[in-house]
Design a protein around this ligand. Structure first.
Ligand SMILES: *Cc1c(COP(=O)(O)O)cnc(C)c1O
Length: 429
């Protein structure tokens, strides 16, 4: 019998000490109207909660655990590293080794800077873009998430392609006004915006495969248009590959779609499950970052040896196993095709969208290209499907607006079992 009694108790206590009982909002399960399992451990593609429930995990810490949880090589590297001290605030050989490793996957990152979170990475990349171009305005797409810094918590103002308005109390209107927002995948809106504001735009920041409104691939021509117009107007193109890096392909979306951004942000997988992210790009632009150049950016724990060790161990395994990305993509395709067929079998209108090893099951009768499309999904159906799965040992992201992920540890049997549970779940809708 599935219960979350202990988790419920733990959640009540946590709420006394932390806002909403969590340290990041989506963990609270508010968007599915329930309460989260409290996790006690994880191994491979399984996570375990304090009530003794076991789940096949398709959240994977929101993406990082591409090799599965507690991968033995990563754990061993960390155990050794900890004994040498956890932080020095001074340069180490490990950082150069990791920089080289990242560059092997993403050759566009000629130079990079290590930071502690995706938020820090995008925030810093924007500062570099503004410092480099001497312009203030940035362009962001509705439904893309780039972390929680002021200028990026912005929604569309009244009438699109106008000044942005704050998406949260505490974000100054003046800061939000420098963020121009338009719909994802809307090539005409991009063209119109550049015609009007092109001379004042420092950068366009984009998830080249969107993951934070669910998995939404770029339509043909979208990324190409961004590349063309930023170049033509002297603005920088920033690919936020914090999620899709190492997932859209081994070299992220920039390799898959063959587009060269000026700056790239990575996080999640690059830290192997520890707090770590990077931003980087051409030598010319990155040479403007302090202390090589005047654009200031710093961090006490940046590039710390534990996070770097986890990242290095993870990327080393990905690099040494030439079939891993192919297997991840095939497993994702098998699961997604299966889910699609089951939706059809039960007459439930679903769109299963996937790129590489990220995927979302949208409860919609038409494919999802932007945030409005995602918002039009049947959220009640999503909730029911989600809860049936959770209570039967399948752990999907607790929101329709999220991607799910595949790990190298999800076996053919696990996928078969996942589909069997989905078959039952669809039958309840
Ligand atoms: C997760 C995410 C971020 C933010 O990273 P944090 O480490 O949570 O600060 C930024 N951009 C994208 C695309 C993300 O998926």
């Amino acid at each position: 019998m599935f219960t979350l009694d202990k988790s419920k108790q733990a959640f009540n206590e946590a709420k006394v000490y932390m806002p909403g009982g969590v340290n990041s909002p989506v963990r609270s399960y508010r968007s599915v109207g329930s309460e989260p399992p409290f996790i006690s451990s994880a191994s491979g593609d399984r996570i375990y909660d304090i009530d003794g429930n076991e789940y096949i995990d398709y959240v994977l810490s929101w993406g990082p655990m591409i090799l599965g949880h507690a991968k033995s090589e990563v754990v061993a590297a960390l155990q050794e590293a900890v004994l040498r001290g956890t932080s020095y605030g001074a340069p180490t050989l490990l950082e150069t080794e990791l920089a080289k490793k990242i560059q092997a996957f993403m050759p566009n990152m000629e130079m990079l800077r290590m930071v502690n979170s995706g938020t820090e990475s995008t925030m810093s990349a924007l500062r570099v873009a503004r410092g480099y171009t001497g312009r203030d305005k940035i362009v962001k797409f509705i439904g893309c998430y780039h972390g929680h810094s002021d200028g990026l918590l912005v929604k569309a103002g009244s009438g699109l392609a106008t000044f942005g308005v704050p998406d949260s109390p505490g974000v100054p209107a003046g800061v939000a006004a420098d963020t121009l927002t338009i719909p994802y995948n809307d090539i005409e809106a991009v063209k119109a915006l550049f015609e009007k504001e092109g001379h004042s735009i420092a950068a366009v920041i984009v998830e080249p495969v969107a993951g934070n409104m669910g998995c939404v691939p770029p339509v043909p021509g979208f990324l190409e248009t961004l590349r063309e117009l930023t170049t033509a107007h002297g603005a920088l193109l920033i690919f936020d590959e914090v999620m899709c890096g190492f997932r859209a392909s081994s070299g992220g979306a920039q390799k898959k779609y063959n587009i060269k951004p000026d700056l790239t942000c990575l996080g999640k997988i690059v830290g192997g499950g520890l707090p770590m992210a990077v931003f980087g790009g051409s030598r010319e632009i990155m040479s403007q970052v302090a202390p090589a150049g005047p654009i200031y950016q710093a961090g006490t724990l940046s590039g710390n040896p534990i996070a770097v060790t986890a990242g290095l161990a993870t990327l080393s395994i990905l690099q040494q196993d030439p079939t891993v990305f192919k297997r991840l993509n095939q497993a994702t395709e098998t699961l997604c095709q299966g889910l699609k067929e089951l939706g059809a079998k039960h007459n439930v209108p679903v769109q299963v969208q996937y790129v590489g090893s990220m995927f979302t099951l949208f409860f919609s009768d038409k494919s999802v290209h932007n945030f409005d499309d995602a918002s039009a999904c049947d959220m009640e159906a999503f909730k029911k499907f989600f809860h049936y799965n959770l209570s039967h040992g399948i752990y999907y992201a607790p929101s329709q607006y999220e991607s799910n992920f595949m790990s190298a540890k999800h076996s053919a049997q696990d996928i078969e079992h996942t589909l069997a549970v989905a078959d039952e779940a669809f039958a309840t809708l």
